[in-house]
Design a protein around this ligand. Structure first.
Ligand code: PLP
Length: 358
């Protein structure tokens, strides 16, 4: 089966096999990682190793931490304003989809927000141009969503506002391409798309920002709690962290982010070319210059054909292609771990389906 689900999503087969091999007896410890104390030497090494390899892939130094927390990316929508949106301050949000809207809406519970740009008109089919973004006078931070899982759009060039902290939800494209991570004050991602199983949220945060967090909020919701305790303040989702470490090591073995990006571009091209060469039978939702390399959204001429497409694709071993209801049609999520053969199989299926039904 090729699994095109938006998340939880497919993981590299070799990583699953590695985890399977180690499952009952992790490196001779006589225990499974899921049975192991999070205070053990073995788990501490897993935890520190996962942080180190993610920093290495992103080229980040001592001024950053990688934290492993729980509550999903959705909890970050609240944790960020709770920590960094002080009284009388305004936080700027750029709305490029439903997840960005949720992040902004959550922030309004803790303070004032300003919508610096939105592409809601046109059902989020594009990322705004940098010159469309109008910041408030002195924002506490600027929040973006780097890849819009539902709509299938992705930022190609990130804004840079100097000293103003730039915060990104990278849940659906983290570690999928090289970029200058040091331009970001905070990056967060639920692991279940590009990084591993659900249950852990990766937070990459600049140390000076950690210090600025509000001290009068619940202990578990403070970044400094997790930083001071190396993500071991309470019992972590240890198996998920272990898997994230294995996936990050796998990315490194593939040649790091540059090699992964090339692979991702080639994979996406197989499907986008099929859409573009279909004579209008398939239409992409995203505008071309905003197209995501992770979530590819497209429609067929009518809903009956879309239903037939989905059911025949499922029978052919192409699973999870039904689009989100707010866009309709199809969505192929092809994160890092989707092999090229999966994209080729989908492209072939699309051509065949059009021949039969077009
Ligand atoms: N942000 C983006 C861009 C997402 O795609 C998702 C989930 O699909 C979320 C946030 C929510 O993540 P979680 O389920 O980890 O809270």
């Amino acid at each position: 089966i090729f699994n095109f689900s938006a998340g939880p999503a497919t993981l590299p087969l070799s990583v699953l096999e590695e985890a399977q091999q180690e499952f009952l007896n992790y490196k001779g410890s006589g225990m499974s990682v899921i049975e192991m104390s999070h205070r053990s030497k073995e788990y501490e090494a897993i935890n520190a190793g996962a942080e180190a390899v993610i920093k290495e892939l992103l080229g980040l130094g001592d001024d950053y931490r990688v934290l492993f927390v729980q509550g999903g990316a959705s909890s970050q929508f609240a944790m960020i304003p709770m920590n960094f949106l002080g009284e009388g301050q305004i936080a700027d949000y750029i709305l490029t989809g439903a997840w960005a809207e949720k992040a902004q809406k959550e922030a309004t519970k803790f303070g004032q927000t300003h919508i610096a740009a939105t592409t809601k008109e046109g059902n989020y089919a594009r990322i705004p141009q940098l010159d469309e973004i109008k910041l408030s006078e002195k924002p506490a931070y600027v929040h973006i969503t780097s890849n819009n899982t539902i709509f299938g759009t992705q930022w190609k060039q990130f804004p840079d506002y100097g000293d103003i902290p730039l915060i990104a939800d990278m849940s659906s494209d983290i570690l999928s391409k090289p970029f200058d991570a040091s331009k970001f004050a905070l990056i967060y991602a639920g692991a279940q798309k590009n990084l591993g199983p659900s249950g852990v949220t990766v937070v990459i945060i600049r140390k000076d920002l950690i210090e600025q967090g509000n001290k009068n909020i619940p202990t578990m919701l403070r970044y400094d709690t997790h930083s001071k305790n190396d993500s071991l303040y309470n019992t972590p989702p240890s198996f998920s962290v272990y898997m994230v470490g294995l996936v990050a090591q796998w990315i490194k073995k593939q040649g790091g982010l540059t090699a992964i990006a090339k692979h991702n571009e080639e994979k996406a091209a197989l499907i986008y070319d099929t859409i573009d060469n279909s004579g209008g039978y398939y239409t992409g939702h995203a505008e071309k210059d905003s197209r995501s390399l992770m979530n590819l959204t497209f429609r067929l001429p009518n809903e009956d054909l879309e239903k037939a497409f989905n059911s025949e694709a499922t029978k052919a071993g192409l699973s999870g292609l039904k689009g989100h209801r707010s866009v309709g049609g199809m969505r192929a999520s092809i994160y890092n771990a989707m092999p090229r053969e999966g994209c080729q199989a989908l492209a072939d299926f699309m051509k065949e389906f059009q021949k039969k039904n077009g």
